[in-house]
Design a protein around this ligand. Structure first.
Ligand code: GLU
Length: 472
């Protein structure tokens, strides 16, 4: 491994969303650069103008931003470097590493077929011809030299190709536009990229690209080709496995730090450690830990890791991330009182929420509006003989507790005392009170429910419940 300060890059083609596999590739590049004090660059590979869209570019940028993968330096749009790509193709033409190929579409098809039948890579009859200097349309092709090409991939190990197996690829099309293969090596060189970490579907391109890089006399980057992500069933990841875009995971209530942690661990191992803070991730990441076999998505594990990160987040940061989900449950903006309730309930909400959607469900009891609609099974405890009288009696006791003394401990003491004074089991009062305060929605310990709701809301909900008997 070379000692150079790394410059890594993520080079997505903007034809869709930020794919979950792309997000992991970006993360590995990001972590590797940070680990070694280098730079992480972002390049939008939009040379295929027909397939690239601004919407897709924006989706990728948004996904990167949400995931916290900030890039260094300017964002590079590959299409803007077209002149430079042409210049390099001309240089290769000049130094004999490329040639003009005048084959028409039909001739090309025939020549290809001939090569295929002979079991050989494609070679144009124009590669050695000095003849054609006419003005016919032509493409510029790379002239693959004889010999072998080897790379020492950081993940895949040593790989060797016979050059005769590589086609003479087009560098510049007849309309003068550069191809992907040319654009990539030029941009990587111009951006000073030292380490290429990408999906192993590009492994063979590393061989092709290395020959071109050497033809230009440029430094060859280090390569690490990462196995792709598979679905839980071990098959190539596809739509039927569920969400593919990073934005879909955000919508499912994953927090960015949780998804980062999960993706980092997906196909990368580091002893038994599962949970990494960002600082720990940067400290630990290396290319040696990348596993050679395809990683499988495991949604249970993803949820577990996410839950751990929800617990680790500070309240303000978590509230910010959860706000869209809470607003949805609330059916509109929260307002001050409900925000205060959520804030005071954070400690009990965190361990009960693996995703922000779950957090919305767990917080629902805090977001109800008075008078609560308590129906069906949820209303049963309130219909029991004497239940509303007991609630009324308890409400009086609770009223005596000042707002400043309204704490889980003080409330628990009142509840215990009430149970003892009335010589009843806890459930006798606990169940109707819970029904009156939560309308059957998910909720934590009763004293926590009362604490999070606050004195005024608690007394209000209890009074509502004791004031009218729910219909049977
Ligand atoms: N633009 C290519 C892709 O999206 C990646 C090229 C590369 O990483 O070299 O698959």
């Amino acid at each position: 491994m070379s000692q150079k300060t790394p410059v890594t890059r993520f080079a997505p083609s903007p034809t869709g969303f930020l794919h979950i596999g792309g997000a992991r590739t970006a993360l590995f590049n990001y972590l590797y650069a940070k680990r070694h004090g280098g730079a992480f660059r972002l390049r939008v590979e939009d040379t295929d103008r027909a397939r690239s869209t601004d919407v897709a570019t924006q989706a990728i940028l948004d996904g990167m931003e949400w995931l916290g993968l900030s890039y260094d330096g300017d964002l590079v749009y590959q299409s803007q470097n077209a002149d430079r790509h042409v210049e390099v193709a001309q240089t290769m033409l000049g130094n004999g590493h490329a040639y003009k190929c005048y084959l028409t579409t039909e001739e090309l098809a025939a020549a290809r077929e001939k090569s295929r039948d002979a079991g050989q890579a494609f070679r144009s009859p124009f590669r050695d011809s000095k003849a054609a200097q006419n003005s016919e349309p032509y493409v510029i092709r790379f002239k693959v030299p004889t010999g072998q090409t080897k790379i020492s991939d950081q993940v895949q190990g040593d790989i060797k190709w016979e050059n005769e197996d590589f086609d003479d690829l087009v560098l510049l099309r007849a309309d003068g536009t550069p191809t992907y293969m040319l654009a990539v090596i030029v941009d990587d060189h111009d951006m000073g990229v030292t380490h290429i970490i990408r999906g192993d579907d590009h492994l063979i391109n590393a061989g092709r690209q290395k020959i071109m890089i050497e033809a230009m006399g440029w430094d060859v980057p280090d390569y690490a080709h990462v196995p792709l992500i598979h679905g839980p069933d071990g098959k190539k990841l596809s739509k039927r496995h569920g969400a593919l875009g990073a934005d879909a995971y955000r919508d499912m209530g994953y927090v960015a730090s949780g998804l980062r942690n999960y993706l980092m661990k997906l196909g990368w191992s580091h002893g038994d450690q599962e949970i990494f803070t960002d600082a720990e991730a940067v400290e630990a990441f290396n290319l040696e830990g990348i596993v050679k076999s395809p990683a499988r998505l495991d949604f249970d594990k993803m949820a577990y890791v996410n839950g751990q990160h929800i617990q680790m987040m500070d309240d303000a940061e978590l509230l910010k991330a959860a706000l869209p989900f809470l607003t949805e449950v609330n059916g509109g903006e929260l307002g001050d009182a409900k925000t205060a309730r959520i804030t005071s309930a954070m400690d009990e909400l965190k361990p009960r929420s693996k995703t922000l959607i779950e957090m919305g469900e767990q917080a629902q009891y805090l977001l109800l509006n008075r008078p609560l609609e308590i129906t069906g099974k949820a209303a049963k405890p309130l219909r029991r003989e004497g239940a509303t009288d007991l609630i009324a009696a308890l409400t009086l006791k609770l009223k005596a507790l000042e707002d400043t003394d309204w704490s889980a401990d003080a409330i628990q003491m009142i509840l215990d005392q009430f149970v003892a004074d009335n010589d009843i089991g806890f459930g006798k009062i606990g169940q109707p009170v819970r029904a009156a305060l939560t309308a059957g929605h998910k909720s934590p310990d009763l004293s926590q429910v009362l604490t999070a709701l606050g004195r005024e809301e608690t007394l209000g909900r209890l009074t509502d419940a004791s004031a009218h008997n729910p219909e049977g």
